[in-house]
Ligand binder design. Sequence first.
Ligand SMILES: O=P(O)(O)OC[C@H]1O[C@](O)(COP(=O)(O)O)[C@@H](O)[C@@H]1O
Ligand SMILES: [Mg+2]
Ligand SMILES: [Mg+2]
Length: 345
Amino acid sequence: MKINPYQPDQSGMAYSVGTTLDRFIKLKQSDFPFASGELSQLLRDIALAAKIVNRETNRAGLANIGGAFGQTNVQGEEQQKLDVIANIRFMRALSKGGEVCAIVSEEEDAVVDLQNNSGKYVVAIDPLDGSSNIDVNISIGTIFSIYRRKTPIGSPIQQEDIMQPGSEQVAAGYVLYGSSTMLVYTTGFGVNGFTYETSLGEFFLSHPQIQAPTSGTIYSINEGLEKDWQDGIKSYVDQCKENRFAARYIGSLVADFHRNLLKGGIYLYPATKKNPTGKLRLLYEANALAFIAEQAGAKASDGKRRILDIVPESLHQRTPLLIGSAELVDEAMHHIQLAKEQATI
Ligand SMILES: O=P(O)(O)OC[C@H]1O[C@](O)(COP(=O)(O)O)[C@@H](O)[C@@H]1O
Ligand SMILES: [Mg+2]
Ligand SMILES: [Mg+2]
């Protein structure tokens, strides 16, 4: 991807590769005429927690960081120590920052009401994504969604503050702890990626205005579950193989998504017999990545509709997820539709 160091964005604001995240956040605040700086501060708080978690992930091989924590979370999944550490670090940064009134986390059964009357924002977070890869030194991540509360500031948190469709997000992003650590986010004005310079302790703009290729030749799916895939997925994957697509599956949603966002490709986690509503969680995995995808010209669907149009019904609800280059997602949805029509004949 050819990077134009002085590429202006929609607001005509030019910013150069190498701009620090902090400076970028300040520059971009002008996108919001009535900005009061709270969202900017919240993004900084998330970046700070990401730096701390980055340090911990680098040490994941050491006894006191790696391995199971010995408890299961509300999904019935065994928590890894790093799941718990990341959850604590983000909770602390979000509650200390003062901008947030409530948090939804993969590692918390219920909504965490911060009793912060002045907090304007609700955050949904997957503190550590790709937990099965922690101990084997493969890329992992953090995923976050930010909403403005619906009820008046100072009033008690209500269901309507939490159960908002993804289309209501004011910002979303992910951190990828990989060969390098990156923070990629959107506030609805395009997608920008920052690379962490450990020795300076700073995130620097490295991927301005990310645009996903409209098509690609990479597909990412856990083929071990092929026998359980919903109809249409098998025929779509067969077509990918027919077209000699490359199969790439890391098993960390953030890492698979990031690769396909930059190179062109599609990630699929369909409904299966084991997970009839899919495996991935709507509020703190699918919504954030769907917002990023759409802002980068890509698409995200549950096989029937746009992920961002789904109105949540429960905190940890799951959804099938087809996400990636627009033409590939359209093609996969076409196969699902065809299979449905054939099933009714
Ligand atoms: O092992 P499977 O069934 O292929 O699932 C892998 C998927 O599950 C996840 O690990 C779920 O996320 P968590 O690790 O945050 O629970 C995704 O990152 C990944 O894409
Ligand atoms: Mg996850
Ligand atoms: Mg997780």
